[in-house]
Design a protein around this ligand. Structure first.
Ligand code: FMN
Length: 187
């Protein structure tokens, strides 16, 4: 079956990361070399306009890239990408090409320069609107300009959690990860 990325209304964009799952953020250098960083520290911060915040250590290569080019993409990995999530969160992209080394595939975004990661199931294309220093980290606030998800996995309002492809990754620190074991739909 052909893989189709379906656009999600911006009013629902935050629902792609509402759960606080681990994300893979792509950024790009001025010379258009892309990079990937694994992040657990992320949160939606506004519905209208749709804004999302990410917190990145100042020492990380991605921090420099986003400070310079002011764009990033939040990509939502599922549990089948756990190996790549660990890899992209353990080496710096300063001297290596993480796309090549992790066998993840860059595909063009609709509006911003950093690419989407094809294997991820959801994507928020963001333009930086605010930057806040926070101790040894920098908080970037991104205005979500396009949101998309794999066709059939987002039911219009939320991830369809009955599908195994929507098993998101949660990080509890160190080597401890989890995914959702039980869905409670409280109507
Ligand atoms: C599960 C996981 C979650 C992480 N979360 C964050 C985070 O929220 N913020 C951060 O600055 N680094 C985080 N890291 C560490 C970076 O992903 C890691 O240092 C990465 O190699 C930096 O890449 P870069 O130098 O190419 O930007 C996390 C790592 C893992 C494995």
């Amino acid at each position: 079956m052909e893989l189709i990325k379906e656009e999600i209304p911006l009013t629902r964009a935050n629902r792609l990361i509402n759960s606080g799952s681990v994300i893979l953020v792509t950024s790009i250098s001025k010379e258009e070399r892309p990079n990937i960083i694994t992040l657990a520290w992320q949160m939606p911060v506004s519905h209208n306009p749709p804004l999302s915040a990410i917190s990145i250590a100042k020492s990380h290569f991605s921090c420099q890239l986003i400070e310079t080019t002011k764009e990033f993409v939040i990509n939502v990995p599922n549990v089948f990408l756990l190996k790549q999530v660990k890899f992209c969160g353990s080496v710096s992209g300063k001297n290596i090409d993480k796309f090549k080394e992790s066998s993840l595939t860059p595909i063009p975004a609709k509006v911003v320069k950093p690419p989407l990661i094809k294997e991820c199931i959801g994507h928020l294309e963001c333009k930086v609107v605010d930057i806040y220093p926070a101790g040894d980290h920098t908080i970037f606030i991104g205005n979500v300009v396009v949101a998309s998800a794999n066709k059939g996995l987002f039911d219009g309002a939320c991830w369809d959690l009955n599908k195994e492809e929507t098993s998101l990754i949660y990080h509890f620190g160190g080597t401890l990860f989890a995914t959702i074991g039980k869905v409670l739909d409280q109507q």
